[in-house]
Ligand binder design. Structure first.
Ligand SMILES: [Zn+2]
Length: 62
């Protein structure tokens, strides 16, 4: 078995750039595209699928 040597990556739906994950992504996780800085939400991990994350108001207090 060959473990830990593969890279988890997907394509940014916004710019088509490569989005890499340092570790296994979680369903619902939000990541940022290194190419265009858009936020992406993981909607599926098997197979890996991401969508543009909805704009969320940062209203978490101070
Ligand atoms: Zn992008």
């Amino acid at each position: 078995m060959d473990t830990g040597t593969y890279t988890i990556a997907c394509e940014c739906p916004e710019c088509g750039g490569r989005v890499e994950f340092a570790r296994a992504p979680l369903n619902g996780e939000v990541v940022r595209c290194a190419e265009c800085a858009v936020e992406l939400e993981v909607t599926s991990t098997q197979p890996l699928s991401v969508v543009l994350a909805p704009e969320v108001e940062e209203d978490w207090g101070e």
